[in-house]
Each structure stands twice: as C-alpha cells, then as structure tokens.
Design a protein around this ligand. Structure first.
Ligand SMILES: *[C@@H]1O[C@H](CO)[C@@H](O)[C@H](O)[C@H]1NC(C)=O
Ligand SMILES: *[C@@H]1O[C@H](CO)[C@@H](O)[C@H](O)[C@H]1NC(C)=O
Ligand SMILES: *[C@@H]1O[C@H](CO)[C@@H](O)[C@H](O)[C@H]1NC(C)=O
Ligand SMILES: *[C@@H]1O[C@H](CO)[C@@H](O)[C@H](O)[C@H]1NC(C)=O
Ligand SMILES: *[C@@H]1O[C@H](CO)[C@@H](O)[C@H](O)[C@H]1NC(C)=O
Length: 340
C-alpha cells in the first residue's frame, strides 16, 4: 500500500513538473507548427528526392519550440526566430544552381511574434515577390531579415522590401542589386540601423544610417563625396573595394560621427593621406592595412585624438608613431606596423 501511494505521489509530481516545464518553455502553437512543416515540405520538394535529412527535428506533432533553427518566446510559446540560413550545408546536398527554392514567403506572415528571419544562401529568387514578400509588413516585430547570398534577388525586390518598416537589420550582401543607389526606397526603412550591401553593384548615395558595409564593391576613382548623404554614419567599411588614392584625396565630406573606418585592401598607394583623414576627426578605429602605403608616418596622425586602434599591416611605412603621450587620451593604442 505504502509502495503504491509513493508511486502515485511520484506520478503526480512528475506530471506537475512536466506541466510546469512545458508552460515555462512555452508550447508551440498548432498553426505555427503546421506552417513550419509546410515550409519544410516545400524545401524538400525543391530538392532531389534523395535528400531526406533536411531539418530532421521538424516532425509532425513535435514541440516546435525545440526544433533546430527555431526559437520561441518562452512565455508565449510563439516563434520569434526562424534561422534557415544555408540549409544546403545541413543537407550536404550540392544544389543545382539552376534550381531555385519556390518558397511561399507569405507563410512567414503566420508568425506574428517573429523577430528574426534568416533565409541567407538558399537559392531564393523572384518567387519571393510572386508569393507576397510585402505581406511580411504585417509582422510588426520583425527586426532582422537576412536575404544575403541569394544571387537571383535583384532590384525588383526593393518596392516590397521597403514596406518592412520595422526592420532594424537588413542583409542583402551578395545579391544582384545594382545601379543607382535606391536612396528613397531605403529611406522608407526608418528604423534601419544596419544595412549590409557587400558585393552589390551600386553606385551613388543614400542616407540616414549608422552602419554601412560596402566591402567588395568597385569604387576606383569615385570620390567619397557620396558620404554627404550619410551624416549619422558611425561605422563605414570599404574594404576590398578597389578604392584608389585619388578617391581619398579629392573632396571628402566631414563625418563627425564616424568612429570606425575600415579601408583595408584597397589601392591607396603612396603617402598617408592625412588631409582626407581630417574629415573624420572622431575616429576610434582606423584600418588602412594592405594599401601599398609608403613613407614615414606623419606626426599629424596625433590629431586624431580619439583614435584607439590603428591597423597599418602590410604596407611599407617606416618611422615611429608620435609619442604615446601626444596621442592625448588614447587609452589603448594598437599598431601593427611593418617597418622597413
Ligand atoms: C515574451 O512575450 C512576453 C509577452 O508578450 C513579453 O512580455 C516578453 O518580453 C517576451 N520575451 C522576450 C524574450 O521577447
Ligand atoms: C544567417 O545565416 C547565415 C548562415 O548560417 C549566417 O552566416 C549569418 O550570420 C546569419 N545572419 C544573421 C543576421 O544572423
Ligand atoms: C502562400 O501562403 C499564403 C499564406 O499561408 C496562402 O494564403 C497562399 O495560398 C499560399 N500560396 C500558395 C501558392 O501556396
Ligand atoms: C585607379 O583605378 C584605375 C582603375 O582600377 C586604375 O586604372 C588606375 O591606375 C588607378 N589609379 C591610381 C592612381 O592608382
Ligand atoms: C584614376 O586616377 C588616376 C590619377 O588621377 C589616373 O591616372 C587614372 O587614369 C584614373 N583612372 C580612371 C579609370 O579614371
């Protein structure tokens, strides 16, 4: 008898614990689970039928908050993140580059609490438009959208994309966007703080950002005059962008907010262009590595009084830096210098 009541007590405790834990973790909503399964089914259909190891944890009747690449709000059990970047890596399936995933992007509009959606590197194309990318504008919490490395995405996506006004982070790197910079379209994304356009083929300008990554573009002799359209910029990366010295010595607008300037792996041959650097008086981090710079380090460098990190590797500079003390309140001055 004693044994039996001990058992029922244990059973009750176990049930209670399971109930509490499930509540604490949030139980995924039926419609959201079904939608995730629809997404998986469309992915599997687009692949060779031999591929059966796509998203193995996404199974009927499962607790979708525990599925790989999905995260829920633990209180509400609503899906907040769907991270489907680079699914090809999981499947170890070399997708035929001519075969695109005809994803019905409207499906994501079922996830009312969705904050982050990563669809990077998934062979997505114009089907995103045909299936209603614009419907994601109903997702008021959507902050992060990564569509990078979907090479078939081009300028046609912009009108729909720019209705997603809750976005804070937008990654369109390695897509086929090109032409004149769509200033007005991006300006509509008024909450945008970070836009990654690495290896797109834009020319021209846009406005209103804190963080701009233009690595792997082609600037050559273009001037940096376009920066005039980015008065708030704090971070600018222009690495590997065929930037010529002439780009930097021509008119450079004054960028008082710029704290990080990454110009590594360009073609700034010759002496350090101190005149240009004067346009960025509040820089904290400056990367000028791999630029064929020659000559001595000018003492004017100490006029960059906020500078904390200066990266000069892979150049042919010589001489020494102005004395530490002269760099005003530079707390942490790091230098990687190849001295000849
Ligand atoms: C989860 O949802 C609740 C209720 O909407 C909200 O108060 C809370 O901030 C959310 N938690 C996270 C981590 O987003
Ligand atoms: C999206 O997924 C890719 C591939 O897994 C990853 O490299 C990238 O950092 C992710 N993007 C964001 C914004 O987290
Ligand atoms: C795409 O998904 C939406 C939302 O679930 C649905 O209304 C629509 O019928 C779907 N379109 C196709 C072609 O399956
Ligand atoms: C600037 O770039 C162009 C095109 O890449 C090149 O032909 C030219 O020699 C470069 N000029 C300088 C001064 O590096
Ligand atoms: C770039 O500028 C350099 C120096 O001003 C000039 O010699 C070169 O021809 C220019 N190249 C192009 C492609 O305009």
């Amino acid at each position: 008898m004693k044994h039996k009541s001990w058992l029922s007590w244990l059973l009750i405790m176990t049930m209670t614990t399971i109930f509490l834990v499930r509540r604490a973790q949030g139980v995924c909503a039926d419609d959201e689970r079904k939608t995730l399964l629809e997404i998986k089914a469309s992915l599997m259909n687009s692949y060779d039928s031999a591929v059966d190891n796509v998203l193995p944890t996404w199974v009927d009747h499962g607790e979708c908050c525990n599925w790989e690449r999905v995260q829920c709000n633990t209180t509400t059990g609503r899906v907040t993140m769907i991270l489907l970047g680079n699914l090809n890596d999981d499947t170890r399936y070399i997708a035929d580059p001519e075969v695109y995933w005809p994803l019905n992007v409207s499906l994501f509009s079922h996830f009312k609490e969705l904050r982050s959606l990563n669809l990077s590197w998934n062979y997505l194309d114009h089907e995103l438009l045909n299936t209603g990318l614009v419907r994601l504008s109903s997702l008021k919490k959507l902050e992060i959208l990564d569509l990078s490395s979907n090479f078939a995405i081009d300028n046609d996506i912009l009108p729909s994309l720019t209705t997603l006004t809750s976005l804070r982070v937008l990654n369109l790197a390695f897509t086929s966007l090109e032409g004149h910079f769509p200033t007005n379209e991006f300006a509509a994304l008024e909450n945008l703080e970070m836009l990654d356009l690495t290896d797109c083929h834009f020319s021209g300008t846009m406005s209103g950002l804190l963080h701009l990554n233009l690595d792997w573009n082609i600037f050559r002799n273009d001037t940096l005059k376009f920066l005039v359209a980015f008065p708030s910029l704090e971070f600018l990366s222009l690495g590997h962008s065929h930037l010529n010295r002439s780009a930097l010595v021509q008119e450079v607008p004054n960028m008082r907010n710029l704290e990080v300037l990454l110009l590594g792996n360009n073609n700034l041959r010759g002496k350090l262009a101190m005149k240009a650097l004067a346009s960025f008086p509040n820089l904290k981090i400056l990367d000028l590595s791999s630029n064929n710079l020659i000559g001595s380090i000018p003492s004017e460098i100490s006029s960059l009084s906020s500078l904390r990190v200066l990266y000069l590797a892979e150049n042919n500079l010589y001489g020494s830096l102005p004395e530490y003390g002269k760099l005003h309140k530079a707390l942490c001055y790091i230098l990687f210098l190849k001295i000849i």
